[in-house]
Design a protein around this ligand. Structure first.
Ligand SMILES: CC(C)(COP(=O)(O)OP(=O)(O)OC[C@H]1O[C@@H](n2cnc3c(N)ncnc32)[C@H](O)[C@@H]1OP(=O)(O)O)[C@@H](O)C(=O)NCCC(=O)NCCS
Length: 330
Protein backbone atom coordinates (compact mmCIF):
# COMPACT_ATOMS: atom_id res chain seq x y z
CA UNK A 1 0.00 0.00 0.00
CA UNK A 2 1.09 3.54 -0.70
CA UNK A 3 1.08 6.41 1.73
CA UNK A 4 0.35 10.07 0.94
CA UNK A 5 3.33 12.38 1.25
CA UNK A 6 2.87 16.15 1.32
CA UNK A 7 5.36 17.22 -1.34
CA UNK A 8 4.18 20.81 -1.71
CA UNK A 9 2.01 23.39 -0.02
CA UNK A 10 0.98 26.94 -0.74
CA UNK A 11 -1.27 29.77 0.30
CA UNK A 12 -2.68 33.06 -0.85
CA UNK A 13 -4.29 35.80 1.20
CA UNK A 14 -5.83 38.97 -0.27
CA UNK A 15 -3.85 42.19 0.05
CA UNK A 16 -6.48 44.15 1.95
CA UNK A 17 -5.85 44.13 5.70
CA UNK A 18 -8.89 44.92 7.85
CA UNK A 19 -7.92 45.80 11.42
CA UNK A 20 -10.21 45.60 14.44
CA UNK A 21 -10.23 49.40 14.54
CA UNK A 22 -11.55 49.46 10.98
CA UNK A 23 -14.29 46.97 11.96
CA UNK A 24 -15.15 49.22 14.91
CA UNK A 25 -16.10 51.93 12.42
CA UNK A 26 -18.60 49.58 10.76
CA UNK A 27 -20.24 48.12 13.88
CA UNK A 28 -20.34 48.48 17.63
CA UNK A 29 -17.20 46.56 18.61
CA UNK A 30 -13.66 47.29 19.72
CA UNK A 31 -10.08 46.14 19.29
CA UNK A 32 -9.98 45.16 22.99
CA UNK A 33 -13.16 43.05 22.80
CA UNK A 34 -12.08 41.17 19.67
CA UNK A 35 -8.53 40.51 20.90
CA UNK A 36 -9.69 39.38 24.31
CA UNK A 37 -12.41 37.02 23.04
CA UNK A 38 -10.79 35.73 19.85
CA UNK A 39 -7.11 36.72 19.65
CA UNK A 40 -7.69 38.27 16.23
CA UNK A 41 -5.89 41.54 15.49
CA UNK A 42 -6.53 41.80 11.76
CA UNK A 43 -7.83 39.76 8.86
CA UNK A 44 -7.81 39.83 5.04
CA UNK A 45 -10.80 40.72 2.87
CA UNK A 46 -10.89 40.00 -0.84
CA UNK A 47 -10.83 42.55 -3.64
CA UNK A 48 -14.03 42.01 -5.69
CA UNK A 49 -12.25 43.42 -8.77
CA UNK A 50 -9.51 40.80 -8.76
CA UNK A 51 -10.13 37.94 -6.33
CA UNK A 52 -12.42 34.93 -6.68
CA UNK A 53 -12.39 31.67 -4.75
CA UNK A 54 -11.09 29.80 -7.79
CA UNK A 55 -8.33 32.28 -8.67
CA UNK A 56 -7.20 32.58 -5.05
CA UNK A 57 -7.06 28.77 -5.03
CA UNK A 58 -5.03 28.91 -8.25
CA UNK A 59 -2.42 31.15 -6.64
CA UNK A 60 -2.14 28.84 -3.62
CA UNK A 61 -1.96 25.81 -5.94
CA UNK A 62 0.82 27.33 -8.04
CA UNK A 63 2.92 27.81 -4.91
CA UNK A 64 2.31 24.17 -3.92
CA UNK A 65 3.10 22.90 -7.43
CA UNK A 66 6.33 24.87 -7.43
CA UNK A 67 7.48 23.36 -4.15
CA UNK A 68 6.54 19.86 -5.31
CA UNK A 69 8.38 20.57 -8.59
CA UNK A 70 5.59 19.21 -10.71
CA UNK A 71 3.42 20.60 -13.48
CA UNK A 72 -0.37 20.94 -13.28
CA UNK A 73 -0.65 18.21 -15.96
CA UNK A 74 0.65 15.68 -13.43
CA UNK A 75 -2.33 16.17 -11.09
CA UNK A 76 -4.67 13.13 -11.15
CA UNK A 77 -7.44 14.47 -8.92
CA UNK A 78 -8.59 17.77 -7.37
CA UNK A 79 -10.39 17.83 -4.01
CA UNK A 80 -11.72 21.29 -3.26
CA UNK A 81 -13.09 22.26 0.17
CA UNK A 82 -15.13 25.45 0.42
CA UNK A 83 -18.46 26.68 1.75
CA UNK A 84 -18.21 29.86 -0.31
CA UNK A 85 -17.96 28.58 -3.91
CA UNK A 86 -17.80 30.97 -6.88
CA UNK A 87 -21.18 29.72 -8.11
CA UNK A 88 -24.22 28.03 -6.57
CA UNK A 89 -23.23 25.28 -9.01
CA UNK A 90 -21.01 23.89 -10.45
CA UNK A 91 -18.47 23.69 -7.63
CA UNK A 92 -15.18 25.59 -7.60
CA UNK A 93 -13.15 22.42 -8.32
CA UNK A 94 -13.90 22.52 -12.03
CA UNK A 95 -13.21 26.26 -12.17
CA UNK A 96 -9.81 25.74 -10.58
CA UNK A 97 -9.18 22.91 -13.02
CA UNK A 98 -9.95 25.29 -15.90
CA UNK A 99 -7.65 27.95 -14.43
CA UNK A 100 -4.88 25.35 -14.13
CA UNK A 101 -5.36 24.60 -17.85
CA UNK A 102 -6.02 20.89 -17.36
CA UNK A 103 -8.94 18.71 -18.48
CA UNK A 104 -10.52 15.30 -17.91
CA UNK A 105 -9.30 14.57 -14.38
CA UNK A 106 -12.01 14.50 -11.68
CA UNK A 107 -12.65 17.53 -9.45
CA UNK A 108 -14.56 16.83 -6.25
CA UNK A 109 -16.12 19.55 -4.08
CA UNK A 110 -16.57 19.22 -0.33
CA UNK A 111 -18.54 21.54 1.95
CA UNK A 112 -17.63 20.51 5.47
CA UNK A 113 -16.91 24.07 6.62
CA UNK A 114 -14.06 24.40 9.12
CA UNK A 115 -13.32 20.67 8.98
CA UNK A 116 -13.43 20.79 5.17
CA UNK A 117 -9.71 20.69 4.56
CA UNK A 118 -9.13 17.60 6.72
CA UNK A 119 -12.15 15.91 5.16
CA UNK A 120 -10.61 16.68 1.74
CA UNK A 121 -7.23 15.37 2.87
CA UNK A 122 -8.93 12.21 4.11
CA UNK A 123 -10.62 11.61 0.76
CA UNK A 124 -7.39 12.27 -1.16
CA UNK A 125 -5.49 9.92 1.17
CA UNK A 126 -7.88 7.01 0.55
CA UNK A 127 -7.46 7.30 -3.24
CA UNK A 128 -3.68 7.40 -2.90
CA UNK A 129 -3.54 4.48 -0.47
CA UNK A 130 -5.48 2.22 -2.82
CA UNK A 131 -3.22 3.15 -5.74
CA UNK A 132 -6.05 4.80 -7.70
CA UNK A 133 -4.29 8.19 -7.93
CA UNK A 134 -0.65 9.19 -7.54
CA UNK A 135 -0.85 12.99 -7.30
CA UNK A 136 -3.75 14.85 -5.71
CA UNK A 137 -4.25 18.60 -5.30
CA UNK A 138 -6.15 19.42 -2.09
CA UNK A 139 -7.58 22.91 -1.62
CA UNK A 140 -9.26 24.90 1.13
CA UNK A 141 -10.40 28.34 0.06
CA UNK A 142 -12.99 30.86 1.23
CA UNK A 143 -14.36 34.32 0.58
CA UNK A 144 -16.43 35.01 3.70
CA UNK A 145 -16.21 38.80 3.74
CA UNK A 146 -18.80 39.36 1.00
CA UNK A 147 -21.54 37.76 3.11
CA UNK A 148 -20.80 39.10 6.59
CA UNK A 149 -23.53 40.82 8.57
CA UNK A 150 -21.79 44.08 9.48
CA UNK A 151 -24.65 45.22 11.68
CA UNK A 152 -24.42 44.86 15.48
CA UNK A 153 -26.55 41.67 15.27
CA UNK A 154 -23.87 39.95 13.21
CA UNK A 155 -20.81 41.19 15.07
CA UNK A 156 -20.00 37.89 16.81
CA UNK A 157 -19.59 36.29 13.35
CA UNK A 158 -18.14 39.18 11.35
CA UNK A 159 -15.35 39.79 13.87
CA UNK A 160 -14.14 36.23 13.29
CA UNK A 161 -14.50 35.10 9.67
CA UNK A 162 -12.25 36.15 6.79
CA UNK A 163 -10.80 35.25 3.40
CA UNK A 164 -7.88 33.13 2.21
CA UNK A 165 -6.68 30.07 0.28
CA UNK A 166 -4.41 27.12 1.00
CA UNK A 167 -3.28 24.13 -1.04
CA UNK A 168 -1.36 20.88 -0.65
CA UNK A 169 0.03 18.42 -3.17
CA UNK A 170 -0.18 14.82 -1.94
CA UNK A 171 1.86 12.20 -3.75
CA UNK A 172 1.98 8.41 -3.47
CA UNK A 173 5.06 7.24 -1.64
CA UNK A 174 6.54 4.10 -0.09
CA UNK A 175 7.76 6.26 2.83
CA UNK A 176 5.42 7.15 5.73
CA UNK A 177 3.32 10.29 5.15
CA UNK A 178 -0.26 10.72 6.33
CA UNK A 179 -0.44 8.06 9.06
CA UNK A 180 -4.21 8.29 9.53
CA UNK A 181 -7.19 10.61 9.23
CA UNK A 182 -10.27 10.70 11.47
CA UNK A 183 -13.49 12.40 10.44
CA UNK A 184 -16.72 12.85 12.40
CA UNK A 185 -20.02 14.71 12.30
CA UNK A 186 -23.14 15.24 14.39
CA UNK A 187 -26.03 16.82 12.51
CA UNK A 188 -28.07 17.37 15.67
CA UNK A 189 -26.19 20.64 15.97
CA UNK A 190 -26.46 21.78 12.34
CA UNK A 191 -28.21 25.04 13.20
CA UNK A 192 -25.69 26.16 15.84
CA UNK A 193 -23.54 27.60 13.05
CA UNK A 194 -25.21 27.86 9.65
CA UNK A 195 -26.50 29.97 6.79
CA UNK A 196 -30.17 29.14 6.14
CA UNK A 197 -30.59 30.67 2.69
CA UNK A 198 -30.67 30.36 -0.26
CA UNK A 199 -31.88 26.91 0.76
CA UNK A 200 -33.59 24.58 -1.70
CA UNK A 201 -36.37 23.58 0.70
CA UNK A 202 -38.09 26.97 0.38
CA UNK A 203 -41.02 27.19 -2.02
CA UNK A 204 -39.01 29.83 -3.84
CA UNK A 205 -35.29 29.60 -3.20
CA UNK A 206 -34.62 33.30 -3.40
CA UNK A 207 -37.05 36.18 -3.57
CA UNK A 208 -36.85 39.82 -2.50
CA UNK A 209 -38.00 39.01 1.01
CA UNK A 210 -35.40 36.28 1.55
CA UNK A 211 -32.58 38.38 0.08
CA UNK A 212 -33.24 41.05 2.70
CA UNK A 213 -33.72 38.63 5.60
CA UNK A 214 -30.96 37.79 8.17
CA UNK A 215 -31.30 34.17 7.06
CA UNK A 216 -28.83 34.78 4.20
CA UNK A 217 -26.12 35.64 6.72
CA UNK A 218 -24.26 33.26 9.03
CA UNK A 219 -25.88 32.59 12.36
CA UNK A 220 -23.65 31.31 15.19
CA UNK A 221 -24.45 30.28 18.72
CA UNK A 222 -20.93 31.21 19.82
CA UNK A 223 -21.09 29.86 23.35
CA UNK A 224 -22.36 26.41 22.31
CA UNK A 225 -19.81 26.20 19.50
CA UNK A 226 -17.04 27.13 21.92
CA UNK A 227 -18.11 24.53 24.48
CA UNK A 228 -18.28 21.74 21.91
CA UNK A 229 -14.99 22.73 20.25
CA UNK A 230 -12.92 22.52 23.41
CA UNK A 231 -14.16 18.94 23.95
CA UNK A 232 -13.94 17.66 20.38
CA UNK A 233 -10.49 19.06 19.51
CA UNK A 234 -8.62 17.10 22.24
CA UNK A 235 -10.81 14.04 21.62
CA UNK A 236 -10.02 13.80 17.92
CA UNK A 237 -6.31 14.58 18.43
CA UNK A 238 -6.09 11.78 21.00
CA UNK A 239 -7.97 9.47 18.63
CA UNK A 240 -5.28 10.04 15.98
CA UNK A 241 -2.44 9.47 18.44
CA UNK A 242 -4.06 6.31 19.88
CA UNK A 243 -4.66 4.89 16.41
CA UNK A 244 -0.92 5.07 15.81
CA UNK A 245 0.21 4.01 19.30
CA UNK A 246 1.71 7.46 19.87
CA UNK A 247 1.52 9.92 22.75
CA UNK A 248 1.03 13.66 22.99
CA UNK A 249 4.72 13.90 23.91
CA UNK A 250 5.60 12.47 20.47
CA UNK A 251 4.02 15.45 18.70
CA UNK A 252 6.35 18.01 17.13
CA UNK A 253 3.60 20.38 16.04
CA UNK A 254 -0.16 20.69 16.36
CA UNK A 255 -1.84 22.86 13.75
CA UNK A 256 -5.42 23.44 14.89
CA UNK A 257 -8.02 24.98 12.63
CA UNK A 258 -7.79 28.68 13.44
CA UNK A 259 -11.26 29.04 14.97
CA UNK A 260 -10.41 31.24 17.89
CA UNK A 261 -7.17 31.74 19.82
CA UNK A 262 -8.95 31.07 23.11
CA UNK A 263 -10.05 27.66 21.80
CA UNK A 264 -6.49 26.81 20.66
CA UNK A 265 -5.08 27.90 24.01
CA UNK A 266 -7.69 25.89 25.91
CA UNK A 267 -6.81 22.79 23.86
CA UNK A 268 -3.07 23.38 24.26
CA UNK A 269 -3.34 23.66 28.01
CA UNK A 270 -5.71 20.72 28.42
CA UNK A 271 -3.29 18.55 26.41
CA UNK A 272 -0.28 19.92 28.34
CA UNK A 273 1.46 21.02 25.16
CA UNK A 274 4.21 23.61 25.22
CA UNK A 275 3.45 26.88 23.40
CA UNK A 276 6.14 26.07 20.84
CA UNK A 277 4.21 22.93 19.81
CA UNK A 278 1.00 24.65 18.70
CA UNK A 279 0.97 26.88 15.64
CA UNK A 280 -1.40 29.86 15.51
CA UNK A 281 -1.75 32.64 12.97
CA UNK A 282 -5.36 33.64 13.66
CA UNK A 283 -4.03 36.97 15.01
CA UNK A 284 -3.24 38.01 11.43
CA UNK A 285 -5.85 36.19 9.35
CA UNK A 286 -8.95 35.53 11.46
CA UNK A 287 -10.87 32.33 10.83
CA UNK A 288 -10.66 31.45 7.13
CA UNK A 289 -12.79 28.28 7.50
CA UNK A 290 -11.50 25.54 5.14
CA UNK A 291 -8.40 27.58 4.26
CA UNK A 292 -7.04 28.06 7.76
CA UNK A 293 -5.16 24.77 8.18
CA UNK A 294 -3.28 24.79 4.84
CA UNK A 295 -2.40 28.50 5.30
CA UNK A 296 -1.05 27.77 8.79
CA UNK A 297 0.76 24.66 7.54
CA UNK A 298 2.60 26.62 4.86
CA UNK A 299 3.50 29.46 7.20
CA UNK A 300 4.79 27.01 9.81
CA UNK A 301 6.86 25.29 7.14
CA UNK A 302 8.26 28.63 5.88
CA UNK A 303 9.18 29.54 9.47
CA UNK A 304 11.15 26.29 9.81
CA UNK A 305 8.71 24.81 12.32
CA UNK A 306 8.10 21.68 10.23
CA UNK A 307 11.07 19.50 9.34
CA UNK A 308 11.48 16.11 7.66
CA UNK A 309 10.69 13.33 10.12
CA UNK A 310 8.51 15.56 12.34
CA UNK A 311 5.17 14.32 13.65
CA UNK A 312 2.50 16.89 12.79
CA UNK A 313 -1.16 16.76 13.79
CA UNK A 314 -3.89 18.75 12.03
CA UNK A 315 -7.21 19.09 13.85
CA UNK A 316 -10.46 20.90 13.17
CA UNK A 317 -13.94 21.54 14.50
CA UNK A 318 -16.79 23.52 13.01
CA UNK A 319 -20.23 23.81 11.49
CA UNK A 320 -22.20 20.59 11.23
CA UNK A 321 -20.93 19.92 13.80
CA UNK A 322 -18.00 18.29 12.07
CA UNK A 323 -14.60 17.55 13.53
CA UNK A 324 -11.51 15.83 12.20
CA UNK A 325 -7.81 15.14 12.59
CA UNK A 326 -4.87 13.96 10.51
CA UNK A 327 -1.57 12.66 11.84
CA UNK A 328 1.36 13.11 9.49
CA UNK A 329 4.97 11.94 9.46
CA UNK A 330 6.76 14.60 7.43
C1 LIG B 1 -18.16 34.45 19.35
C2 LIG B 1 -17.49 34.59 20.71
C3 LIG B 1 -16.14 35.26 20.56
C4 LIG B 1 -18.38 35.44 21.58
O1 LIG B 1 -17.80 35.53 22.87
P1 LIG B 1 -18.68 35.23 24.16
O2 LIG B 1 -17.84 35.51 25.32
O3 LIG B 1 -19.24 33.85 24.02
O4 LIG B 1 -19.78 36.30 24.02
P2 LIG B 1 -21.36 36.15 23.92
O5 LIG B 1 -21.76 35.61 22.58
O6 LIG B 1 -21.87 35.46 25.12
O7 LIG B 1 -21.71 37.67 23.99
C5 LIG B 1 -21.31 38.47 25.10
C6 LIG B 1 -21.64 39.90 24.75
O8 LIG B 1 -20.72 40.38 23.77
C7 LIG B 1 -21.43 40.93 22.68
N1 LIG B 1 -20.66 40.76 21.46
C8 LIG B 1 -20.69 39.75 20.57
N2 LIG B 1 -19.83 39.99 19.57
C9 LIG B 1 -19.26 41.19 19.83
C10 LIG B 1 -18.29 41.99 19.17
N3 LIG B 1 -17.71 41.59 18.01
N4 LIG B 1 -17.92 43.14 19.73
C11 LIG B 1 -18.46 43.56 20.90
N5 LIG B 1 -19.39 42.85 21.57
C12 LIG B 1 -19.78 41.68 21.03
C13 LIG B 1 -22.73 40.19 22.67
O9 LIG B 1 -23.72 40.93 21.98
C14 LIG B 1 -23.03 40.05 24.14
O10 LIG B 1 -23.56 41.26 24.60
P3 LIG B 1 -24.70 41.26 25.74
O11 LIG B 1 -24.03 40.67 26.95
O12 LIG B 1 -25.02 42.70 25.87
O13 LIG B 1 -25.81 40.42 25.22
C15 LIG B 1 -17.32 33.23 21.42
O14 LIG B 1 -18.56 32.69 21.76
C16 LIG B 1 -16.58 32.24 20.58
O15 LIG B 1 -15.43 32.43 20.29
N6 LIG B 1 -17.25 31.14 20.19
C17 LIG B 1 -16.66 30.18 19.32
C18 LIG B 1 -16.79 30.69 17.96
C19 LIG B 1 -15.96 29.96 16.98
O16 LIG B 1 -14.86 29.56 17.26
N7 LIG B 1 -16.51 29.77 15.81
C20 LIG B 1 -15.85 29.15 14.76
C21 LIG B 1 -15.97 27.71 14.87
S1 LIG B 1 -15.23 27.03 13.48
Amino acid sequence: MYSSKITGSGYFVPERIVTNDELSKMMNTSDEWIIERTGIKERRWFNPETDTVSNMALRASNMALEQAQIKAEEIDFIVFATITPDYFFPGSGVLLQRELGITDIPALDLRNACSGFIYALSVADQYIKTGMYKTVLVIGCEIQSSALDLSDEGRNVSAIFADGAGAMILQASKEPGILSTHIHSDGRFAEELYVRDPGSSRKVRLDNEIIKSPSVKAHMNGREVFKAAVVKFPEVIKEALDANNLNVTDLDLLIPHQANLRISEFVRKSMKLDESKVYNNIMRYGNTTAASIPIAFKEAWLEGKIEPGNLVCLAAFGSGYTWASALIRM
